[in-house]
Design a binder for this molecule. Sequence first.
Ligand SMILES: N[C@@H](CCC(=O)N[C@@H](CS)C(=O)NCC(=O)O)C(=O)O
Length: 249
Amino acid sequence: MKFQLFALTALSTLFSSFALAAPSSLELKYFDARGAGETARIILALGKHEYKDTRFSITPGTMEAPEFKEAKESGDLDANLGRAPVLVVDDSHIIGQSRIIERYLAKKCGLMGSSDIEDAQIDCIAEHCRDIKDAAGKKGFSFFTRDKTEEEKAAAKKEWFEEDMPNMLGKLEKVVQIYSGGDGFAFGTSTSYADVAIFSLLKDCTMQGDAEATLKAAADCPSLLAIAEKIASDEGVSKWVADRPVTMF
Ligand SMILES: N[C@@H](CCC(=O)N[C@@H](CS)C(=O)NCC(=O)O)C(=O)O
């Protein structure tokens, strides 16, 4: 009787752990662009997690996206204040905000730390990367900047890549030296969300035309370059980057 009870408990534990381990169905809804959706896609490629990559097409030569408009009007994007991306988990739970989606997926793919403190330190590096991307946006030299002449944009871009970005990356290199436990890892001795954020910043630039200038700006940051390269050469990531839809940004 005692044995039967033990066997029953063991069996039910086994079944419940299978149920817990069952992969969730995931759908990422974003524009047909890299933009604020691509880091999530890179995390999923690295974690080799299946998902539905729903893309709202952008009408060529315009910034119109009728499928986005439809999704917004239907309430599908309400969780992100009517914006994209949103992640739909198991056809029922909707998550908005790209950074939160990234962290959720990073956790799911085993790319966070083993304690709250480690998670916070990994997040800290990822947020530094976000600050650098935001600073580039504020500099105002992108395709989307409307209030500057082409000459003004060219001057801002030169200043960004030759002064501001190398300066910020130099500081990030120091942060990585605090947390890294070995070459190719921003945190500890295993691949984390922080590595993906560094890869996205240095090797998956929104405008592909900026790739060379970005790597030049990082020339004095060997740790950052090694981390970005390690993610770029991951089998899942390199396959995704080679096969993904080609988009302008
Ligand atoms: N902080 C939000 C920003 C979301 C956001 O601004 N999404 C843009 C695309 S990157 C969008 O949907 N723009 C269209 C609109 O606001 O109508 C996030 O990171 O998810």
